[in-house]
Design a protein. Sequence first.
Lengths: 123, 123
Amino acid sequence: MSISFDPTRPIYLQIIEAVKKRAVQGIYKCAGPLPSVREMARQMGVNPNTMSRAYMELEREGFISTRRGEGSFITEDPQRIDSERRQQAMAARARFVEEIRSLALEPGRIDELLEEIKDEVTR
Amino acid sequence: MSISFDPTRPIYLQIIEAVKKRAVQGIYKCAGPLPSVREMARQMGVNPNTMSRAYMELEREGFISTRRGEGSFITEDPQRIDSERRQQAMAARARFVEEIRSLALEPGRIDELLEEIKDEVTR
DNA sequence: CATAGTGTTCTATCTACATAGTACACTAAA
DNA sequence: TTTAGTGTACTATGTAGATAGAACACTATG
């Protein structure tokens, strides 16, 4: 459950991404509760203030809703989750295409790479 | 020529990546000169101190060599460049595979995505 | 030699990020 | 009502990144 953070990027941004990813994967259910700020901070090994910042930003984006004294909950809109999944898939594709183009690989090498991906991803 | 930096990551790290990318693409030739610290800083719109930090790190990694009073030069070892290319390709593949897996897409959607990539990247 | 253009070093300042600690406001449940 | 568990707010501290500005050391060139 613990996370290894990229030290070159703000932790609170990486927390936001992790929460969205878990919602997309179904680890956190639509409209379901999230761990409390303090509990999630303990789990991820960060300061509660940092976790609070991440939750506040997630709420600002409408991805979660928090009710004082009750806790935080994933959005009740299932389309919001699915939209996030599609968005992430498109972003991943765009990033990858840009990276490959910038490497000026030979066409044969590109085909190899795509085959390797197909094997790995469907395994 | 100007670069748009990701505000969530240190500029000097993004400069390092940009220089390596340009060397891989052949924009900067093996053993060839780089723009001076001040000139490159002007081109990229950053402070010369920030550019100097990027150049110092690139030298520490052995990717460039700098000679006081003369300038900075890409490594003379062509294998160093090619190694960088292969390394970046492998890293891009690994990142993409991990991203796709984490999205829990349906197999059909994965095939679509790979087809789209094949089309885009060979276009 | 003088000059211009290199890389390098240093101090100072500003901002964002992360942490520690404390306190407060609200809700649910005993 | 009391208690425990929520989210929220605040001050303080430390660190890293980026900038500004100045100065220094070296090299090539005229």
